[in-house]
Design a protein around this ligand. Structure first.
Ligand code: HEC
Ligand code: HEC
Ligand code: HEC
Ligand code: HEC
Length: 386
């Protein structure tokens, strides 16, 4: 009975705590770039080829999971990084909560920006995908739709995705009339087509930067544009469309745009059936919405404090943090006011922990994503609430 009560207690605790601790979405995830440079990460790590070479390039095709997964990756690398700091005689940086959060958003976001496209492949695709049936490509092709050479503004993949979404219903209609198959597209293909448009429209400025998108605003748009009518995010609630938290949307921006494009005939049908107005996008709205979808993967599954207690024992945390050990009694430390603090405080205290571990000849306690999630749930369950 006592056990069950404890479980219920923990359950209630998790529910209340996770709700209170949900991380705020960033308005500009690229803000963390400054922290990344100021704290010297750039000395060792490059971002897409720019920066140091002694450590992995953090923008290379790598998706760094949810918040606590990222926290576990960084935690596990602390000894290796510390060794390098000493070797290069660099001062080891410490962080405020805000700096740590900006930094983590930034790293999480890197993958989102995707790869630059291929011009020649883009041109081939316009033919292969049948776009040329209606649009002109290098002067050849149909004339019921605009020539790609006049579509300079879509040399940014996000603006192209937005235009394709807005014109979706009329394109679909025309395709049906002409008996053409609806072309499925991948994220890389959107990049390639944009690269081609950039070249065909002879834009002089080569580096049109993609807007990073504002996830916080995207969350509002998700509601405002009626996506919530059919999709849930997190929570249950049976809806017409898939629960977007269960999908793999942690891809690059164009992969997400491609998923929307590929599913849009089905969505258009459902909207007709349910008499929902087809939402149009303007300005930076599609970029914001997609940035929000990308950030859905940042939220962690709630951990299990009972399992977290086991991690705390197995990883040897008890040996220092309980029964008068060298570390502080963690039930008495200042409460975490956001999840970011578990990483921030553990990072800041790591050198002292490492020294103590070295003296005792103990290994660094590596933590997997699940272990980190459970450990976090355990820690917030014991930390006194003030
Ligand atoms: C003195 C050099 C150095 C600095 C400065 C440094 N790192 Fe590292 N970092 C490394 C090395 C070396 C590795 C690879 C460690 C390993 O493989 O165990 C690494 C690994 C990582 C990884 C995991 C990469 C992967 O794909 O496995 C992340 C994420 C990371 N560092 C983030 C940071 C952040 C954030 C900062 C700034 C606060 C930073 N690093 C500063 C040397 C450094
Ligand atoms: C069946 C004919 C047809 C096909 C095939 C077609 N389109 Fe279109 N497309 C149109 C029409 C018609 C418009 C203008 C629609 C409108 O005004 O609402 C359009 C508009 C667009 C626009 C917006 C142009 C603007 O002026 O804002 C983009 C971008 C676009 N198409 C891309 C594509 C791509 C990429 C493909 C191939 C994957 C494609 N289209 C295939 C008929 C087609
Ligand atoms: C009228 C209902 C409806 C509305 C409104 C709607 N969707 Fe959908 N959506 C669906 C359905 C149904 C599917 C699954 C389509 C399929 O199976 O091809 C889907 C699929 C998707 C997918 C792809 C999921 C996958 O399996 O890869 C994404 C992403 C998506 N929708 C995003 C959005 C966004 C963003 C909005 C708001 C602009 C939106 N949807 C509005 C019904 C809707
Ligand atoms: C070798 C002893 C030792 C081990 C093992 C150890 N710690 Fe610590 N820990 C310390 C010491 C000492 C401090 C205080 C460090 C300081 O003041 O810089 C500390 C500080 C902390 C803090 C910050 C407390 C605060 O004031 O905010 C957290 C959180 C923490 N440890 C969690 C853990 C977890 C989780 C584990 C197991 C994965 C662990 N520690 C393993 C010695 C240890």
């Amino acid at each position: 009975m006592k056990f069950i009560l404890t479980k219920i207690f923990f359950f209630l605790l998790i529910v209340s705590v996770t709700q209170a601790q949900e991380l705020k979405l960033p308005s500009n995830p690229l803000d963390g770039r400054i922290v990344f440079e100021e704290k010297g990460c750039i000395q060792c790590h490059a971002i897409g080829g720019y920066g140091g070479t002694v450590a992995p390039d953090l923008a290379k095709d790598q998706y760094y999971g949810s918040f606590l997964e990222l926290a576990s990756i960084i935690w596990n690398h602390i000894p290796e990084m510390n060794r390098k700091f000493r070797e290069l005689k660099m001062e080891r940086p410490t962080f405020t909560g805000k700096e740590m959060l900006d930094l983590i958003y930034f790293i999480y976001y890197l993958r989102y920006l995707g790869e630059p496209g291929s011009v020649s492949n883009g041109k081939k695709l316009l033919t292969e995908k049948g776009c040329i049936n209606c649009h002109k490509v290098s002067g050849k092709g149909g004339d019921i739709a605009p020539d790609f050479a006049d579509l300079g503004e879509y040399s940014s993949p996000l603006f192209m995705a937005q235009a394709m979404w807005n014109h979706g219903p009329s394109m679909l209609e025309t395709m049906k009339e002409l008996n053409l198959k609806y072309p499925e597209i991948s994220g890389d293909e959107i990049n390639d087509i944009s690269a081609y448009i950039r070249q065909a429209s002879a834009l002089t400025s080569v580096d049109i930067r993609m807007s990073p998108g504002n996830p916080a605003n995207g969350k509002k748009l998700f509601r405002k544009k009626g996506c919530v009518n059919c999709h849930s995010v997190g929570g249950e609630g049976k809806k017409t469309g898939p629960n977007l938290s269960e999908l793999d949307l942690n891809e690059s921006v164009t992969d997400i745009a491609a998923q929307m494009w590929n599913h849009s005939p089905a969505m258009i049908d459902y909207m007709k059936e349910e008499k929902i107005k087809y939402p149009m996008f303007e300005g930076n709205e599609m970029a914001d919405l997609i940035a929000y979808l990308y950030f859905i993967g940042f939220e962690d599954e709630p951990g299990d404090p009972v399992k977290g207690r086991m991690v705390f024992e197995e990883k040897g945390c008890v040996s220092c943090h309980e029964n008068g050990g060298v570390g502080p009694d963690l039930s008495k430390i200042k409460p975490f006011d956001s999840r970011i603090q578990i990483l921030q405080r553990m990072w800041n205290h790591a050198p002292r922990m490492e020294d103590l571990l070295l003296i005792r000849n103990n290994e660094w306690p590596e933590l997997s994503k699940e272990e980190m999630q459970n450990l976090y749930a355990y820690l917030i369950s014991i930390i006194q609430k003030k």
